[in-house]
Design a protein around this ligand. Structure first.
Ligand SMILES: CCCCCCC[C@H](O)CC(=O)SCCNC(=O)CCNC(=O)[C@H](O)C(C)(C)COP(=O)([O-])OP(=O)([O-])OC[C@H]1O[C@@H](n2cnc3c(N)ncnc32)[C@H](O)[C@@H]1OP(=O)([O-])[O-]
Length: 695
């Protein structure tokens, strides 16, 4: 973004001299188009103060025209709002995304935008942080003109055309907010209720509403004071640190590397022009939709005619709904369907998404290897099966990788890209790039049971079951996890996704056995403590929401409202009595420590094994695939915030109390990081490398 005044002098914000800084806050240097430099937030000495500069621009007596090209985000847009006019290129994007960084627009954005476009529209932009196109910005009244031509030329021409006109009516800070229809207090109360419900403990969206309320109810100068007070609280908060860490983590994971030395910058992806999806169950449908929405021609293969007919209708509906939401045409022409696997002969990449059955998948990979072009990439959407075994069914195992999507695949942002020992760097680079084009946060992970996300989840799930055995209820465990910021606790989630899913996996792993004898040996499988509670519910036909009962009751099959179940409580009491378990009072802190630290401990093992390249990879997986509260950064960031010595001490404590639970035994990497002074999470990768090289 550039700024121009009526006599063609170019505004050069970076050269403005510094002035007194606001107490307690880092002062941003003049913002670039992407807003303030987030990396500077920790540096209290950087840059000239932004707010006085914007005031000086607005108070100037020559017309200042902001020429907006590319992005005008955060401080960039706030600077433009200080100008008297704004002209945007048709491809420009504007927004106040501070809330996504745990902040609010604190260079007057929360005070000027509602004065310019009204309270409801400003609340929408500031609370969500969404970017708008130039066309929408024009419609909202944020910009005065949109051009398809050279923006700077258009701005200069515009500035000359308005030179000499009075400027008082162009200074947004002098406006009152346009009146709202209806009662202003009622509007803010309603918005605040919604925001608090959706925020699940995030403080920035709440502060954003409070700041806009100040704009609507206070004179500008007092509104600015309120904006500054609110920002002061946010700026130093752990939530802002976590969200800013997460911003850089998302970018760091695209610079992938593997233990064998393959790297993102040394591996060129292959071009992908056409893609096939095999299997049109829930996952296959979502993947096909996500591909078509990203502009790829997709051939979808489903051998069961009935399933194919249903899937065609469902996919078209999903595409139409998505297009309506985004205000674009539905990409129905991208989709073609077949019941014959020969239809994939000309595609560049296949994503297999059939039922999670190794025998079936092996057969499909043999067929694909025979039918596809020899250089086609063959990907599997397995969530747990061995990618290398599938690769061994093909002529070119180096062209096989896992692409583990999360349900619903067209909505969830996470993609685990799983490389096997034989996957080529180019295959990995191609899958990573495809994920990026689909708008996913793609994370490269090594091949091991459960990969990263599900491997860590196992330790967490196990603790949740053990806590029930020891005296907790599903309600107690879930409320502790929801209070922490998960949208649903573990037991509600498993009722939603179906208890039979985990049961099937446990049966295949030889863990869930028919019938349970009494005595301690009934709760030991494969040499370690095991809880058969989930299996016992499944044996009684309690699969969760779909059967009307699981860990909670739902009134009827397909019911959605979870209510505590007295039957389940007596069942737990009988179970404990049968196994000689004396229930004790368990507090929410123990629930969090047991579930989360066991999961984090497995995260350290994953880092130690080189299955994930760094803590950022694990954190992105948990934030974008497993509902970890974004404002807590991810499990590894959270461990660093709690303090590694404390995590270690608590794990040692719980392992002493439960020596038959190996997941609670602190991982040696955690011990070594603590012994080396607990470096900050951003330095772990380096520290791990150093520790590995010392072995
Ligand atoms: C009294 C107190 C006064 C306080 C004043 C407050 C002022 C204001 O309210 C606060 C702000 O503006 S808050 C800020 C509000 N602004 C935002 O939240 C905007 C955040 N940025 C974005 O959303 C995206 O970058 C874009 C959509 C702009 C471009 O997407 P794209 O084309 O896919 O590109 P990409 O891959 O994303 O980025 C390329 C490289 O640039 C890097 N980088 C980017 N922005 C950065 C920044 N602000 N900073 C630092 N670095 C930033 C990024 O890390 C990456 O580096 P790498 O080393 O290559 O990895």
């Amino acid at each position: 973004m550039g700024g121009f005044c009526g006599n063609k002098n170019i505004l050069a914000p970076k050269k403005c001299s510094g002035e007194a800084r606001h107490r307690g806050l880092t002062q941003n240097s003049a913002p670039g188009p992407k807003g303030a430099d987030i990396k500077e937030f920790g540096d209290s000495e950087s840059g000239p103060p932004l707010i006085p500069m914007i005031h000086a621009i607005e108070a100037g007596n020559k017309p200042m025209v902001a020429a907006i090209e590319g992005f005008a985000l955060g401080g960039g847009l706030e600077l433009a709002l200080g100008c008297h006019y704004r002209i945007a290129h048709s491809k420009a994007r504007l927004g106040l995304p501070e809330v996504t960084l745990g902040l609010l627009p604190a260079a007057g954005g929360s005070q000027r935008l509602p004065r310019l476009i009204g309270v409801p529209a400003a609340l929408d932009l500031i609370i969500t942080g969404r970017h708008v196109t130039a066309a929408e910005a024009l419609q909202l009244g944020i910009v005065d003109q949109v051009t398809d031509h050279h923006t700077v030329d258009a701005a200069v021409k515009f500035a000359l055309s308005v030179a000499g006109r009075p400027l008082d009516a162009r200074r947004i800070s002098s406006y009152s907010c346009p009146p709202v229809s209806g009662d202003l207090d009622a509007l803010f109360e309603e918005v605040m209720r919604k925001v608090r419900r959706g925020a699940r403990g995030a403080i920035a969206p709440v502060a954003c509403v409070q700041a806009v309320r100040a704009a609507a109810t206070l004179p500008y100068a007092r509104g600015m004071e309120r904006e500054r007070e609110l920002m002061a609280t946010l700026f130093t908060s752990g939530q802002a640190r976590a969200l800013q860490y997460s911003f850089f983590a998302q970018r760091a994971v695209s610079r992938w590397s593997t233990p064998s030395g393959a790297r993102w910058d040394a591996s060129a992806p292959k071009p992908v022009r056409k893609v096939a999806v095999i299997g049109l169950g829930t996952m296959g449908r979502g993947i096909a939709v996500a591909l078509a929405q990203a502009g790829f021609p997709v051939v979808s293969v489903e051998t069961q005619e009935k399933q194919l007919t249903e899937a065609k209708r469902a996919v078209s509906q999903m595409l139409e709904r998505g297009a309506k939401r985004r205000g674009v045409a539905a990409p129905l022409d991208k989709m073609s369907y077949s019941s014959n696997i020969q239809a994939v002969a000309d595609v560049d990449l296949v994503i297999e998404a059939v039922f999670e059955d190794m025998g079936l998948k092996k057969k499909i990979f043999q067929q694909l290897s025979a039918v596809c072009k020899p250089d086609a990439l063959l990907c599997t959407n397995t969530s747990s099966l061995d990618v290398d075994q599938l690769a061994s069914q093909t002529r070119n195992p180096e062209l096989v990788v896992g692409m583990h999507f999360f349900a619903p695949a067209h909505v969830m942002k996470l993609l685990e890209v799983v490389y096997g020992p034989r996957s080529s760097p180019q295959a990995l680079a191609t899958a990573m790039q495809l994920g990026k084009k689909m708008g996913k946060v793609s994370v490269a992970v090594g091949n091991c049971p459960g990969f990263v996300g599900n491997r860590m989840l196992k330790a967490y799930v196990e603790q949740a079951f053990f806590l029930l055995e020891e005296g907790a209820t599903p309600e107690l465990v879930d409320s502790a996890l929801e209070e922490f910021g998960f949208s649903m606790g573990f037991f509600k989630v498993s009722d939603l996704s179906g208890l039979d899913v985990g049961w099937k996996v446990r049966k295949e792993d030889g863990l869930a056995l028919p019938g349970v004898s009494t005595g301690p040996s009934a709760r030991i499988r494969q040499g370690r403590r095991y809880s058969p509670l989930g299996d016992l519910l499944c044996q009684r036909g309690r699969f969760g929401q779909k059967t009307g009962s699981g860990w909670y009751q739902y009134g009827k099959p397909g019911g959605r409202v979870a209510t505590p179940d007295p039957w389940l409580h007596s069942f737990l009491e009988e179970y404990r009595a049968q196994h000689g378990l004396v229930p004790r009072r368990i507090d929410p802190q123990e629930v969090l420590e047991r579930c989360l630290y066991a999961l984090i401990n497995e995260g350290f093992r994953i880092l130690e094994d080189g299955i994930a390249a760094g803590p950022e990879d694990i954190d992105c997986i948990y934030v974008f695939g497993y509902g970890w509260p974004h404002y807590r950064g991810g499990p590894m960031f959270y461990a660093a915030m709690v303090g590694l010595p404390k995590v270690l001490e608590r794990l040692e404590h719980y392992y002493r109390a439960h020596p038959d639970v190996p997941d609670l035994q602190p991982c040696s990497l955690l011990r070594r990081l603590v012994a080396s002074g607990s470096p900050p999470v951003q330095k772990w990768k380096e520290a791990i490398k150093k520790l590995h090289s010392q072995l």
